[in-house]
Design a protein around this ligand. Structure first.
Ligand code: FAD
Ligand code: DLZ
Ligand code: SF4
Length: 513
């Protein structure tokens, strides 16, 4: 069909994390003169070896989304992983689709990751097509707004960015002032939790026929990838994700703030929302989610510390890390402030370690493709930082093992927040901690063969000596950081014998790692 200067009009490529019917590439397109293209490709499933559950979640959510689009009247060309002729790459599948449909124009919403953006730039040349790349308006802060915010600032700090996002969205604002008189109620959010029979459980879903097909495919094609495929209980549609969101708001949100930093043996989810994978794939709208959460405060259902805490994670941290990612890529990926070179210890893949905290975080990651923030930051991230794992190696682990992991959000969290590999661009000091912190925020140490109270020796918690080894090893890089001043004063006052004991214990542990 020839329409004006075009043959079939638009070919609209939708990526696996763009599963929103309001995605900008569909805005204004003519259903009668456009075709949507979605492709399952081996390249995306293997550029890091993603957790089986993550691949199953995305493929199933993509297939359900294609059904939704067709019901809404869109013509969808969907290429499944096992379809004959599937070339296995975005480039190959776009070329084949251009051959099939002879479109006048190729259109898409900007991809979330730099790697794919770079690929698209190469298509401008190789396809000879005019590519229309629309801005992703599912985020509150655009790239140019973030650049403007950064301009002229000596230091980038999330807290100030967050305040601007509060002003912009009007969330928890009253006549230009923060509701409750403060921007941040984090001081109320540091309680350690106790096991409780009334602990809420996440809303779980039974796999339907589409998901069953995907589970068989993943079982067959990705058997050697990390992680348990079943039980598979994620929602794979917008309707399901909205139910999960409502379940969170009604049953979990009121205690979200109080126990945000807590960790308990056997309690994988505590009072966390488990909404990141839905938001990141496009099944839930972040701003709409925040509005639901805000409404729970105004109706008296949830306290301000919980509601403000949740909203800050979304319009603060989530937006902020995206801004940093696009500001700093591609050089960001190469940052290595401490010059760390150690390969990732094998037990990150097996969970076979005597350290109960590490075992717990890794085993639940294998089971669920999920661990909450403090497990990622203060257990697996902290350990990698203390022993000096190469930032790229730990980054690739996080990118592979979590269902919510896309580089735009994972990389700044791992490389910046957790590993301080950007030298303090994202955070003001490294999140390094000894066993004392883990013992305060969890009950892991009670189940551990190591003794958290012992500082050195074979029975001592390894985090204790590793912490001081990290402090000593990186003194030239950290001593001048005002937030580390107290730490260095303590280290220097400790006396040489004690210092030698710590360094000796750490050296023995690192030798055997
Ligand atoms: P909740 O605790 O319920 O928090 C609510 C929401 O806030 C989350 O759903 C998420 O959308 C947002 N949020 C909270 N903290 C952050 C943060 N630091 N950055 C961005 N958004 C945040 N988050 C990802 O979405 N994808 C990742 O790949 C990812 N990798 C991480 C790697 C490391 C080393 C660390 C320390 C953190 C990482 N995070 C990542 C941030 C955070 O750990 C997860 O967003 C959170 O654990 C998801 O679980 P939840 O939905 O139950 O979150
Ligand atoms: C993560 C992922 C996986 C495993 N597979 C696909 C896929 O086959 N097709 C697809 O469109 N997207 C997939 N994704 C998500 C993409 O990696 C993500 O959309 C891009 O990184 C966006 O830049
Ligand atoms: Fe982790 Fe140390 Fe506690 Fe064991 S004693 S659980 S290694 S912090």
């Amino acid at each position: 069909m020839i329409l004006g200067e075009f043959r079939i009009g638009d070919l609209i490529l939708i990526f696996g994390d763009q599963l929103s019917t309001s995605i900008s590439s569909l805005e204004g397109a003519d259903k009668d003169n456009a075709r949507v293209l979605m492709v399952e490709v081996m390249e995306e499933a293997t550029y890091v070896r993603h957790h089986k559950k993550k691949i199953a979640f995305l493929f199933s959510a993509m297939r359900h989304f294609a059904v939704t689009l067709r019901l809404a009247g869109w013509d969808v060309d969907y290429v499944q992983l096992d379809d004959g002729g599937n070339t296995g790459s975005f480039t190959g599948e776009l070329m084949r689709a251009i051959g099939r449909h002879e479109p006048g124009r190729v259109r898409m919403t900007e991809p979330s990751e730099w790697r794919v953006r770079d690929l698209i730039n190469s298509w401008q040349v190789s396809t000879g097509f005019t590519l229309e790349v629309c801005e992703d308006d599912r985020f509150i802060c655009s790239h140019s707004e973030f650049e403007t915010w950064v301009d002229g600032r000596k230091q980038l700090r999330m807290e100030y960015f967050y305040r601007e996002m509060r002003q912009k969205t009007g969330l928890l604002m009253d006549a230009g002032k923060p509701v409750g008189g403060k921007w941040n109620f984090d001081a109320d959010n540091r309680k350690s939790a106790r096991s409780d029979i009334f602990m809420p459980k996440p809303l779980q879903f039974h796999p339907d026929a589409i998901t069953q097909d995907v589970l068989s495919l993943v079982n067959e094609r990705f058997a050697d990838h990390f992680g348990d495929l079943e039980p598979f209980w994620f929602a794979t549609t917008r309707t399901g994700a909205e139910k999960a969101r409502d379940h969170f708001v009604h049953n979990v949100l009121p205690a979200f703030g109080d126990y945000q930093d807590a960790m308990l043996v056997g309690e994988k989810f505590l009072y966390h929302s488990l909404l990141s994978f839905y938001m990141n794939a496009g099944l839930l709208d972040p701003l709409e989610t925040c509005k639901r959460v805000e409404a729970a405060y105004y109706s008296g259902h949830a306290p301000l510390n919980a509601v403000e805490g949740f909203i800050r994670q979304i319009i603060g941290w989530r937006e902020y890390v995206r801004g940093i990612y696009w500001l700093e890529m591609p050089d960001y990926l190469e940052q290595n402030f401490f010059g760390a070179v150690r390969p990732l210890p094998e037990f990150y893949w097996t969970g076979q370690t005597d350290m109960a905290c590490m075992r717990e975080a890794i085993c639940q990651t294998r089971e669920e493709a999920y661990a909450h923030h403090i497990q990622r930051l203060m257990i697996t991230g902290n350990f990698a930082l203390l022993v000096g794992v190469a930032p790229k190696a730990i980054h690739e682990w996080y990118l592979a093992v979590y269902a919510d992991a896309f580089e735009w959000v994972e990389l700044p969290n791992t490389l910046g927040m957790s590993q301080y590999a950007d030298g303090g661009l994202l955070g003001s000091k490294p999140y390094a901690a000894s066993g004392n912190y883990i013992n305060k925020m969890s009950n892991y140490c009670k189940q551990c063969r190591f003794d958290v109270k012992q500082k050195t020796g074979d029975q001592a918690c390894p985090f204790n000596s590793l912490y001081w080894d990290f402090v000593n090893r990186n003194a030239d890089k950290l001593r001048t950081n005002p937030r580390m001043a107290q730490v260095y004063r303590t280290w220097e006052r400790m006396g040489q014998d004690k210092q030698r004991d710590y360094l000796g214990s750490a050296a023995k542990f690192l030798d055997e790692l």
